[in-house]
Design a protein around this ligand. Structure first.
Ligand code: ZN
Length: 277
C-alpha cells in the first residue's frame, strides 16, 4: 500500500519520443544494465500514477553545448503540458559559449535547478570549466543536481565533490545516488558535515541491503535526503516499494518523499498535497 502522502520523484530523465529509444539504449550501454522503461513522458506519467508518485522532477542531460537550449525548451514544454504534475530542471554544458545567457534562458522557462552528469558530459566535478555554472546556480539561488560516483572513472567521485561543495557554501548541491553510485563507502567516509550537501536515493537501494540503506540515509540525515527513481532505469513502483519497505519512521518517510524536495525546489506544498488521491 502506498501511503496517502505526496511522493515527489526527484530524478527522472525524459527524452523526446523520436530519440528516446536511442538515448535509453545509450545509457543502458554506459552502465551495462538493462533499462526498465522507455524514457518517454507518457510512460513516466503512467508508471508514476501506478506507483503513487504525485509529482516528478524531469530533466535531460546535454552531451554537447548546442543541445542546451533545445533540451531546456523541450523540458519546459513537457512541464507545461503536465497539468501541474511535473517540474523541470535545466541542462547546462561546461563548454557553452555563454553560460550566463543559458542560465537566464532556463530561469525564464521556469526551470528550478540544473542537472549535470559529469561522467556522461565528460568533465570532472571540480573542473575549472564548471565553476561558472556553479557560481551562476549559487547567485540565482537554485540547486544543482549532480550525478555522483562511478568506481570505473574519476570524474564524479566524492574526492572531487567535497572541495566543490566547500567552495560554494551558499549553493545547494544534491549528490545523486546517495553521494556516490558504486562508491558508497567513500561517500560516507568523505562527505560528512557539509550543510549545503543533500543526496538523492535513486539507483542505490537495489545495490545494498535494507540495513545498509537505512544506515546511509541516517548518516546523511533524513532532512538531507530526497527520493528519486532514476527513471527510465527502474520500474517506478518497485523503487517506491523498495523505499517504503526500509521501515523508516513516518517522519523520515515524509521528509524524504516530499517535504525536502518541496523546500529545495520551491514546490508549493498545498499543490503537492492536493495531488494525493
Ligand atoms: Zn541522472
Amino acid at each position: 500500500m502506498t501511503p496517502r502522502i505526496p511522493i515527489v520523484d526527484c530524478h527522472c530523465h525524459i527524452y523526446p519520443e523520436k530519440v528516446a529509444a536511442r538515448a535509453v539504449a545509450g545509457i543502458g550501454a554506459f552502465y551495462d544494465t538493462p533499462m526498465c522503461m522507455d524514457g518517454t513522458k507518457a510512460t513516466l506519467q503512467r508508471e508514476a500514477a501506478a506507483a503513487g508518485i504525485t509529482h516528478s522532477m524531469i530533466f535531460s542531460v546535454a552531451t554537447k553545448p548546442a543541445q542546451v537550449r533545445s533540451i531546456n525548451d523541450f523540458i519546459a514544454s513537457e512541464v507545461q503540458m503536465s497539468g501541474g504534475t511535473m517540474t523541470g530542471l535545466g541542462a547546462m554544458h561546461p563548454d557553452a559559449d555563454d553560460p550566463a545567457a543559458d542560465m537566464a534562458h532556463l530561469l525564464s522557462l521556469g526551470l528550478r535547478g540544473v542537472k549535470l552528469h559529469p561522467d556522461v558530459q565528460g568533465f570532472c566535478i571540480d573542473d575549472p570549466r564548471c565553476m561558472k555554472i556553479y557560481a551562476l546556480c549559487e547567485e540565482n539561488g537554485i540547486p544543482v543536481l549532480l550525478h555522483t560516483g562511478d568506481a570505473r572513472y574519476d570524474m564524479s567521485n566524492p574526492n572531487r565533490l567535497r572541495p566543490m561543495v566547500e567552495h560554494f557554501p551558499a549553493l545547494t548541491v544534491i549528490a545523486a545516488h546517495l553521494g556516490g553510485y558504486s562508491v558508497w563507502d567513500d561517500a560516507q567516509a568523505e562527505l560528512c558535515g557539509l550543510p549545503n550537501l543533500y543526496v538523492d536515493c535513486s539507483s542505490s537501494l537495489p545495490f545494498m541491503t535494507d540495513a545498509r540503506a537505512v544506515e546511509l540515509i541516517r548518516h546523511w540525515g533524513a532532512d538531507h535526503v530526497i527520493f528519486g527513481t532514476d527513471y527510465p532505469m527502474w520500474v517506478p513502483k518497485s523503487e517506491v516499494d523498495r523505499f517504503l519497505s526500509l521501515g523508516l519512521t513516518q517522519e523520515e518517510n515524509e521528509a524524504i518523499l516530499w517535504r525536502n524536495a518541496a523546500r529545495l525546489f520551491r514546490l508549493d506544498a498545498d499543490m503537492l498535497r492536493s495531488a494525493v488521491r
